[in-house]
Structure formats: C-alpha cells, structure tokens
Ligand binder design. Sequence first.
Ligand code: KG4
Ligand code: ZN
Length: 326
Amino acid sequence: MWILGIDTSCDDTGVGLVKDGVVVVNLVASQTLLHQRYGGVVPELASREHTQVIDGLMQQALEEAGLKPADLDLIAATRGPGLIGALLVGYTYAKGLAFALGKPFVPVHHLEGHIYAALAEHPEVEPPFLALVASGGHTHLFEVRSWGEYKLIGATLDDAAGEAFDKSARLLGLGYPGGPEIEELAKRGDPRKVPLGVPLEGQEGFAFSFSGLKTAVARAIEKGYPPADIAARFQQVAVEHLAQVVTRAADYTGLTTLLVTGGVAQNAALRFQLEASGLRLLFPPRGLATDNGAMIALAAWRTQTPNPGNQLALPAAAYLPLNPAP
Ligand code: KG4
Ligand code: ZN
C-alpha cells in the first residue's frame, strides 16, 4: 500500500512516500535561507514558496519511487495546526489530487505526524508511552494511552522550546534556526560561568516555561558574559528543564518509555541528559525529526481505517487540539 504524505504547516515543503509503513522517499524543500534574514518565519513568504515548489517536489517524489499518480492508494496531508496560509497550500493540493484520482484522503494532525516519525524504526512499540513533542511551535507532553488516544499531560506556559533556542540565538547574533547554532557555539563555552536558573524548578505539575530563560539570556548579554558561555548555560538549563518535567511525569504515570520528537529532539545535549533517566528512549531517525511529509504518511498508515469516508470536507485549521483523552 502506497501512501503519499504532505506537510506545509510552517516553512518546509514536505512530500513523502511510504510503502506498507516503510519510508521510501522523503523530500523536504527547506525555506531556511529565505527566512534567515528576518530571524524567523514570514508567513506570507512561506505560503508563496510552498505554492512555487509543491508540484515539482511531488513529481520528483513519484519519479524517485518509480510511481505514477494512479499507483497511490491513499493521500494524506497536514490539516493543522500551523500557519493557515502555508497549511492551505499542501492541504488543498492533496485534496485536489485525491479527488481527481478518486483515492481516499486522510487529514493528519501535525503533532501526530511528529509522534509517528519517532516510531518509524520501532514498529514493535505499543502504547502506553510518554511522547514529548519539542519543536519551534510546540512543547507538549502527551500520554499516548492507545493508538489515537492522547492525553495532554503538560505544555509550555509561554514560548516553545525550539522558539527559545531561536530567540536566544537571535539575541546572541546567531543565525536561524537557532537550535543547531546554539548547540555548535555551546561546545566552546563553559556553562558554569553564567548564572541562569532552571525554569519552574520545584513545581508540582508538568508545565514548561521558556520565556524567562530568553529574558535571562538578554540580561547575560547586557552584562557582558561571553556568547559561548551563555549559549552553553542556556542549552544546559533548557535541556535540564525538559528532562526534569518528563522524568517527573514518568514517575507519576509509571510509564517507562519516552518518545522524543520535533526539531529539538535532534539536540545531542538533550539526548545525553535524558539517557540518565533510565527510561527507554525513542527518537526519530535522521531526516524525520524536523517537519517532513513522510511522517504524515506514517501517521496515516498507523491510524487509517479501512473506509476513511469523505474527509475532503474537513477544513484546514491553524489551531487544532490533538484528540483529548478523558
Ligand atoms: O519540528 P520543526 O522542524 O518545526 C516545527 O514544527 O516547529 O522544529 C524546528 C525547531 C526550531 O525552533 C529549531 O531551532 C529547533 O527545532 N531545532 C533545535 C535543533 N535543531 C532544530 N533545537 C535544539 N537543538 C537542535 N539541534
Ligand atoms: Zn513540526
């Protein structure tokens, strides 16, 4: 069974092809260079670029897999959440294709895509487990109770983890996206030299918070601490905060498997920190951590129903909660 997955929720155009649950093609047209000079994603520019590249990327994906459009069995696209103008490009393209080909169409929640990306090489894993989605737009911790049943345990009170990396990188005069830039600079810094505290330390709940950290970075820059030391301390504190919350959630729920996904999951310091938790850790393979189309096809593969019905009527949605479990 061939599934096409499309994601245009933010600044990457993603087209993926999955055969019987295995990723065969995963093409991402990155807009990083386009948005870099603005220090963040400009929504209108993102939508325009998606419109320009989506059809060519789709043709290339079919070519690489040796397929004709009629060979596709199911078409899936990100319905939300995301930038509405950007989402609409891929979502409407996919709907049109499904309608023209007479194939079933499956709308996918973007975070569900991120979750299934981390399971790409672990088909044996079964719920329940914890899933931390840490990206530029989200810091959400879910308890996945059964397939399709997600209980939100904790989320950020303000900025997302990736957003904190991006904003702090900008303050430090680094490029966009900030995560990899901070990770690189941090290698040359000494975290012990900068007094930044871990957010919400001692809390009883499972909330995340990153905006205070960003402000603390701004203050440390004003005080003249060396940028590499600030980057090192910022990263240490950010990953410690993430690790503290998920470890406490694991203790509370009794769950022993943690899936970590989204762009921030690529951070080596975070992986290292989490390894000390003793939890079974699942990360997405290379190329599937940041936004892509294959993860959307993987989610459709796992959650498909034999007869998905007419889902063409569902509109794209900038704000879309993931199925809350009772
Ligand atoms: O999942 P993603 O591609 O897009 C969203 O859905 O937001 O995540 C992008 C985010 C950016 O904020 C970027 O700075 C962050 O992931 N990121 C990282 C690393 N690589 C990407 N953050 C920390 N360390 C990294 N190595
Ligand atoms: Zn994402």
